[in-house]
Design a binder for this molecule. Structure first.
Ligand SMILES: Cc1cc2nc3c(=O)[nH]c(=O)nc-3n(C[C@H](O)[C@H](O)[C@H](O)COP(=O)(O)O)c2cc1C
Length: 336
């Protein structure tokens, strides 16, 4: 979880018997290698590295100017400097991928796109298991076709950005309950269920649907090892019923978060903002500056639909508790 997870969180999860992951989507290639080395040393066990599959961004200067002008009032209202057009928008995926192959983590997972069969083979050759994120059955089949070892079936409930890469968001909103068994049936691959899983009940449900594992994001946001800012944490703790919406306004790619002024007021023009990663880069200083000002209305409060179930505590203790709960739920069901 870029922006929310930490190496400490990943280590705690792995050391509790789960599989911690480094959110490396925004990392420089050299950091991917060093962070993998650190996590390997701190856990001695299995862990994953997650990357965003993105083509290089080449927006026109005119499009960037329009996007900056649209954001100007949001910066100025907070006394923040309006950014100039940046020189780059996101780390180069090809360089990140080369670093990943050198780091050779036990598992690598990908979102926002799909690898080629050659790239999958290159990771397998260094002993890395390849997991592709799919939000539809067609995306899962595409990952199976390029040779992925497993598919993360990510339902519409999920917080933050999702893996959608084949169709428009409107056609990629399958719920976890439907997606997991469908992906299992379509691909025969091991399936990792994601979206709306917050505790042992959800883990048991995911396994009952045929998943080999549950991937949990929002459930860790209040953990001791989470990097969420103070206003983001408070928004989670005080969220009203049914607080999340999908928005394209912050990043140029649909993502789920707790609704705030930025999401509400930019909704009419959200389809016009430049595609990820351009808009994401242009709002970066606004989000960071607003977090420093303790202002929740212009930061991306990423969270999934089940955010109301998030609990505080040590990430490792949460993992152990969820697994105990899942086993208890399975026993209760067997006794019915
Ligand atoms: C704050 C946040 C950041 C996320 N960042 C990433 C990311 O960098 N890469 C990724 O593959 N998924 C990311 N996700 C999605 C999670 O991997 C996971 O699929 C999702 O959280 C599962 O649904 P849940 O939020 O209901 O648990 C993020 C989710 C959240 C909430």
């Amino acid at each position: 979880m870029v922006g929310a997870s930490t190496l400490e969180m990943a280590a705690a999860v792995t050391n509790a018997g789960g599989l911690g992951s480094i959110g490396a989507g925004a990392m420089a290639p050299a950091d991917i290698e060093s962070e993998s080395g650190r996590l390997r040393a701190e856990t001695g066990g299995a862990f994953g590295v997650n990357l965003f599959i993105l083509p290089p961004a080449r927006p026109t200067a005119a499009d960037v100017d329009v996007a900056i002008e649209r954001l100007r009032p949001w910066y100025e209202a907070r006394g923040l400097d309006v950014p100039a057009a940046p020189n780059d928008y996101a780390p180069d995926f090809a360089a990140q991928f080369a670093a990943l192959v050198r780091a050779a983590p036990p598992l690598a997972s990908f979102t926002f796109g799909i690898l080629t069969a050659e790239q999958v083979a290159a990771l397998k050759a260094v002993g890395t298991l390849v997991v592709g994120t799919a939000t539809t059955v067609a995306e899962a089949r595409a990952w199976a076709d390029v040779g992925a070892d497993a598919v993360c079936a990510q339902g519409a409930e999920a917080g933050g950005h999702r893996g959608t890469f084949l169709k428009d968001v409107d056609e990629s909103l399958v719920g976890t309950m439907a997606l997991v068994p469908l992906v299992r049936q379509a691909t025969g691959l091991p399936v990792i269920a994601a979206g709306g899983i917050m505790d042992g009940r959800g883990v048991a449900a995911a396994l009952a649907l045929g998943a080999v594992a549950a991937q949990m994001g929002t459930a860790f946001l209040l953990s001791d090892q989470s990097a969420v800012s103070t206003p983001w944490r408070r928004a989670i703790e005080t969220a009203p019923d049914d607080p999340t919406r999908l928005t394209r306004a912050f990043s140029g790619r649909y993502a789920r978060g707790i609704e705030n002024d930025f999401m509400r007021l930019l909704r009419p023009v959200e389809r016009e903002v430049p595609a990820y990663p351009v808009q994401n880069r242009l709002t970066q200083a606004l989000r960071a500056g607003s977090a420093k000002l303790d202002d929740p209305e212009a930061i991306s409060l990423w969270a999934g639909q089940a955010v109301g179930l998030a609990e505080a505590g040590d990430a490792g203790a949460l993992v152990r508790r969820w697994w105990d709960e899942a086993r208890a739920v399975a026993r209760q069901l067997a006794a019915r």
